[in-house]
Design a protein around this ligand. Structure first.
Ligand code: ADP
Ligand code: MG
Length: 224
């Protein structure tokens, strides 16, 4: 599903440049659930953003679901993200003035699905996440776990092939973290490929493989 070869990425800052990814090679199979671990600043989010076509890379090759991803214009990148990818973030990234249902429905708005239909579909996903009773609440009226369920429902609503989760439990207590990981595992069981960046060993151990990144390079891949 994902093939990357010799990916390099630098951030330019004035005259200086920061070399963040230094030749990453990785294959992720369709239906696999993998974790990425590494110290803060090692390049995990940079890698995930490249996989998510949220950022460009400087050198190397990235093939997503058989498509070469390189220097796409924003329209094409947005289209691919909307069709193939779902995102889950530590900070949930919900729209504060939209209720849970509207947040979940948002990706369908960008696919020009009419309001009534997208809200009906959003309700189905809220039900799957067990939070349909919270559909008409704003994000600030929800607990962290409920917010992350809304974010996961939003990620799923376009039927993505891959879910990219950047520290999805980073803002949650341990019980809620386990519930969120259980949910991601159930989603993975339906055949969706999942990549999780995490700091927590017990979460990493629940994925098939853990990729360790040190200073922009893969230093170890562990089968769990
Ligand atoms: P991680 O997710 O592993 O903590 P990141 O990928 O976020 O690491 O960051 C890797 C390095 O790149 C850090 O030194 C960070 O400060 C730097 N960095 C990240 N994003 C940018 C950016 N947009 N511009 C400049 N430097 C950045
Ligand atoms: Mg990060």
């Amino acid at each position: 599903m994902i093939k990357i070869r010799n990916i390099h990425k630098s951030y330019e800052m004035g005259q200086s440049s920061l070399h963040v990814l230094k030749g990453i090679d990785l294959d992720i199979e369709t239906g696999e659930m993998i974790s990425i671990m590494g110290a803060s600043g090692s390049g995990k989010s940079t890698l995930l953003n490249i996989l998510g076509i949220l950022d460009n890379y400087d050198e190397g090759e990235y093939v997503l679901d058989g498509m070469k991803i390189k220097r796409l214009n924003e329209r094409k990148a947005a289209q691919l993200r909307n069709r193939k990818l779902g995102f889950v973030f530590q900070s949930f990234n919900l729209v504060s003035f939209k209720n849970a249902m509207e947040n979940v429905a948002l990706p369908l708005y960008y696919q020009n699905v009419p309001r009534k239909k997208r809200n009906t579909i959003a309700m189905e996903y809220l039900e799957k996440m067990g939070i349909e009773d919270w559909a008409h609440h704003l994000p600030n009226e929800l607990s962290g776990g409920q917010k992350q369920r809304v974010a996961i429902a939003r990620a799923l609503i376009t039927k993505p092939k891959v879910i990219l989760a950047d520290e999805p439990t980073g803002a949650l207590d341990s019980v809620t973290s386990r519930e969120v990981i259980d949910l991601l595992q159930e989603i993975n069981n339906t055949g969706i490929t999942i990549v999780i960046v995490t700091h927590e060993h017990d979460i990493a151990q629940r994925t098939a493989r853990t990729v360790k990144i040190t200073d922009g390079m893969i230093t170890e891949i562990i089968k769990n």
